[in-house]
Design a protein around this ligand. Structure first.
Ligand code: CTP
Length: 403
């Protein structure tokens, strides 16, 4: 973590005192910490304590940034390698999920272009409330890493999940988010390299037009994040999408199917591959270097299409095949029959099939079927972040069994 810069947003809650120990641990690991204290946080720790421990100025108000002429809050949000919200109260999570910018902390979180990690701490009932579940799912969909709270006795006398994780565990998650050694998080996927493809591809017609599809990339990004959270080193080959890179994930941006195929090849070897991308099946055979003009006689141009290489089938049947290869199937009819046939045709181990006749593409929820050699498992509709977390656990179990 040598030289890394952490922007630590200390929210309200009795657990705020643990952020003091976290500052000490981060600095001992060689990184610097700059603190922002929310109004709620200031009821539990003082700016003076944070300043003493971080040996830096502490920021509390949107209005006291001196260099607002230079867009001070934007600078502050971007001069860090990682933004950590600890503790993240139920209210702060809600305001983050809603995109609020009504204090310094939320303004920075909205203005940042850096990965964001939230470490929740709250009463067990607040953590389990549907509103908080929704906010956490939304944040994970947005690419924020939200750590799971610890379970145990709480300051309020109740028992259950909601306690802030211990500072050394938070430090380990920060290390992974910074792309440090993947083994830093002692997760079930520590030491594994997993390749994920996500998003659509754009196939050029001419310099200004392209063929595309409605994939948002959300499901693939959520899977990449969930795998990293279990300790895997993740290479995410991403088509053109508007999503933040999940913490701890190495992202390789591509546009076309051919670029995606090359990036997948370059990222090998891997212990597993999860091919979530909605790769265009066809590209224009001869994309022109000049913009195609209307001919004036009303006759439409003729586009000759040629089939793209099937990246999943090539990988699953090739010499560098990862031990576990997972494909996705987006179907609008006969979901299971098509998925079972697709699994055999492509040569992958599992197919995760979903019905895209509704608004799955771009939506937040997904109902999937896992088709494997031993049968079909159907999961209820759930947020894409929950599908991702469950799939990541299943991948970890499969790799453990395979040895
Ligand atoms: N895929 C791929 N390369 C392609 C096309 C698809 O890697 N050129 C992968 C996708 O990432 C996904 C799976 O194959 O994991 C299923 O893709 P899909 O388009 O649904 O299947 P197709 O093979 O195109 O079959 P069909 O057109 O009959 O639906």
């Amino acid at each position: 973590m040598d030289g890394a810069r952490i922007l630590l947003i200390v929210g309200g809650g009795i657990a705020a005192y643990k952020s003091l120990e976290l500052i000490r641990l981060i600095r001992r690991a060689g990184a610097s910490v700059r603190c922002v204290l929310t109004e709620g946080g200031a009821h539990f720790v003082t700016p003076m304590t944070l300043a003493a421990l971080s040996e830096d100025q502490v920021y509390t108000s949107l209005w006291d940034l001196k260099d607002e002429a230079e867009m001070g809050h934007i600078q502050l949000s971007r001069q860090a390698d990682l933004v950590v919200v600890c503790p993240a109260s139920a209210d702060l999570l809600a305001r983050m999920a809603g995109g609020h910018a009504d204090d310094l902390a939320t303004t920075l979180l909205l203005a940042t272009d850096k990965p964001v990690m939230a470490v929740p701490a709250m009463n067990v009932r607040m953590w389990q409330h549907p509103a908080t579940r929704r906010n956490v799912a939304r944040l994970r969909d947005d690419g924020v890493t939200v750590l799971e709270p610890d379970e145990g006795a709480m300051a309020c006398g109740e028992y259950g999940p909601g306690r802030l994780p211990e500072p050394p565990a938070i430090l380990a998650a920060i290390r992974t988010a910074l792309g440090g050694d993947g083994d830093a998080v002692a997760g079930p996927l520590s030491g594994r390299h997993i390749l994920v493809t996500a998003g659509p591809t754009h196939e050029p017609i001419d310099p200004v037009r392209y063929i595309a599809n409605r994939s948002s990339g959300k499901q693939g990004f959520a899977i990449a994040g969930a795998l990293a959270a279990l300790g895997a080193r993740v290479s995410l080959v991403a088509g053109p999408v508007q999503l933040a890179t999940p913490a701890g994930v190495t992202r390789i941006d591509v546009e076309t199917a051919r670029q995606m195929a090359a990036a997948v090849e370059a990222a090998l070897p891997a212990d597993a591959a999860v091919m979530v991308a909605a790769v265009a099946d066809w590209r224009v055979a001869q994309a022109t270097g000049q913009k195609i003009k209307k001919r004036g006689d009303g006759a439409p141009p003729v586009l000759n299409l040629t089939e793209n290489t099937d990246i999943l089938a090539t990988l699953a049947q090739g010499p560098k095949r990862p031990p576990l290869v997972i494909g996705f199937a987006a179907e609008t009819q006969d979901v299971l029959a098509n998925a079972i046939a697709k699994r055999a045709r492509k040569g992958c181990d599992w197919i995760v099939a979903n019905d895209v006749s509704g608004d799955v593409m771009g939506g937040a929820d997904n109902a999937v079927h896992i088709v494997t050699a031993s049968g079909v498992e159907s999961w209820d509709a759930m947020p894409k972040s929950d599908v991702a977390a469950r799939l990541a656990q299943r991948i970890a179990a499969a790799l453990r069994t395979a040895g």
